[in-house]
Design a protein around this ligand. Structure first.
Ligand code: FAD
Length: 467
């Protein structure tokens, strides 16, 4: 059977591309080497981590309801049950993808896909049986894998020295967890285990956490996490992670030079980033070019240097985010069915799902300064927002950055309860090329946290009312 499209990998990039292409009338097959669909995101990434973040936040909240006049005594942790909730959440999501494939008449092949040449994919099942499929277009959506610590040989056993995959499946709360890497994944999982009772130490190479995030937001975020009990060693280069009798030892030294120190951990979470996953795809033989960071090179229509072979998601350049992969999947499906799909890379929100959440879209102040773009900044703290006070959620602020001349919104940054939902209001205005005055003059329901977004917009061109 010849297909219009064969998609290799069923993460958010691959499965969304397949569904959209089928909805547009194309004959589609997918190849997945896991036994379940949904890729990193649904199986071991976004979804299970958010199940644990939410559950651990509820556990923490249960201990802190006094301020609202609720006394419930001691809340107890049942980690097995919490993990069962996480597993059930994953199952319902991956089953949902299987349902979508069936509904859209997409043929799914279980096994490892390899590009034989343009138009041909071989699929090798776990028992070694191989079959060859043909298609007009091949879409590579094989995602990413754990990157490890640059220059350090670390053996990840997923029990004591864990990647995020082991970090969402620990059998008990560690006494002391050392997180190598102060990025999104390290801080999300670090905060889960801190809330469940672990002492958490973060070791980060850069001088700030969440490298690339707006500097003011990053500083405030670090202060709030420190208040929650996380300890930070910034500007610290990890030079060794080794198993010990009781756990593992992590050795690090100041990046600027100085004495090394070693700390003992029960569990070490290696969260130093992810790298594109292209192993076993046969790309070299097929002549598909990679860039110097191992990502598949594509043009603006997601096509590689080999006509008929396309790539999307974590395996190509851009932020390694599920919604970026999804939007690329949709755009490519549209292009392959003769439409004009595209992705606006200037308006891709990023969210850190800690408590409080951190969310951002567009440019940071640091980027605007570096690019010499004149801008106005408007800021509004949640401590001056009525709803935030009522919910005891006054930590954080909203910051809006607008072009000094045109008032067009160039960036939005929020730290606070529900930031990951509120950011979309700013993203939508940006997508329409709107100004901060457009946002500041839009009537917002009272009392809502979103009123802080409106007030921050007002602050860019005049004054907020409540400050
Ligand atoms: P993937 O989801 O990695 O899927 C690729 C699929 O391809 C996999 O199923 C793999 O088995 C399959 N595959 C690989 N090679 C082959 C082959 N040769 N043959 C057949 N199949 C193959 N992003 C967010 O936006 N929000 C979040 O909250 C978030 N949280 C995260 C938390 C964690 C702990 C991690 C690890 C990641 C998180 N991410 C998050 C990132 C997100 O998971 C990725 O950006 C996203 O999954 C990328 O989608 P993808 O389709 O490119 O690849």
């Amino acid at each position: 059977m010849a297909y219009d499209i064969i998609v290799i990998g069923t993460g958010p990039g691959g499965y969304v591309c397949a569904v959209k292409a089928a909805q547009l009338g194309l004959k589609v097959a997918v190849v997945e080497k896991r036994t379940t669909y949904g890729g990193t995101c649904l199986n071991v990434g976004c979804i299970p981590s958010k199940a644990l973040l939410h559950a651990s936040e509820m556990y923490h909240a249960a201990h802190h309801l006094d301020g609202l006049g609720i006394e419930i005594g001691e809340a107890r942790l049942n980690l097995d049950k919490m993990m069962a909730h996480k597993d059930a959440t994953v199952k319902s999501n991956v089953d949902g993808v299987a349902y979508l494939f069936k509904k859209n008449k997409i043929d799914a092949f279980q096994g490892t896909g390899r590009v034989v040449s343009a138009g041909k994919v071989s699929v090798t099942a776990d028992d070694g049986a191989t079959q060859e499929l043909e298609a007009k277009a091949i879409v590579i959506a094989t995602g990413s894998d754990v990157a490890g610590i640059p220059g350090v040989a670390v053996e990840i056993d997923e029990e004591v020295i864990v990647s995020s995959t082991g970090g969402i499946a620990l059998k008990q709360v560690p006494g002391h967890m050392v997180v190598v890497g102060g990025g999104v994944i390290g801080l999300e999982l670090g905060s889960v285990w801190a809330r469940l009772g672990a002492q958490v130490t973060v070791v980060e190479y850069l001088d700030s956490i969440l490298g690339g995030m707006d500097g003011e937001v990053s500083k405030q975020f670090q202060r709030l996490l420190a208040k929650q009990g996380l300890t930070f060693n910034l500007g610290a280069k990890v030079t060794g992670v080794a198993r010990s009798e009781t756990g593992a030892n992590v050795t690090f030294e100041p990046v600027k030079g100085g004495e090394a120190q070693t700390i003992a951990a029960d569990v070490v979470l290696v969260a130093t980033g992810r790298k594109p996953y292209t192993a076993g795809l046969g790309l070299e033989e097929a002549g598909v070019a990679l860039d110097n960071r191992g990502r598949i090179e594509i043009d603006k229509h997601f096509q590689t240097n080999v006509p008929g072979i396309f790539a999307i998601g974590d395996v190509v350049k851009g932020p390694m985010l599920a919604h970026k992969a999804e939007d690329e999947g949709v755009a490519l499906a549209e292009i392959l069915s003769g439409q004009h799909g595209h992705v606006n890379y200037d308006v891709i929100p990023g969210v850190v799902y800690t408590q409080p959440e951190v969310a951002s879209v567009g440019k940071t102040e640091e980027e605007l300064k570096a690019q010499g773009i004149a801008y106005k900044a408007g800021k509004f703290p949640f401590s001056a927002n009525g709803r935030a006070r009522a919910m005891l959620a006054t930590d954080g602020f909203v910051k809006i950055l607008a072009d000094a001349e045109t008032d067009r919104i160039l960036g939005g940054h929020i730290i606070g309860f529900g930031a990951g939902e509120m950011i979309h209001e700013i993203a939508t205005v940006m997508e329409f090329g709107g100004s901060s005055e457009d946002l500041g003059r839009t009537c917002h329901a009272h009392p809502t946290m979103s009123e802080a977004v409106k007030e921050a917009a007002l602050a860019t061109f005049f004054k907020p009312i409540h400050m």
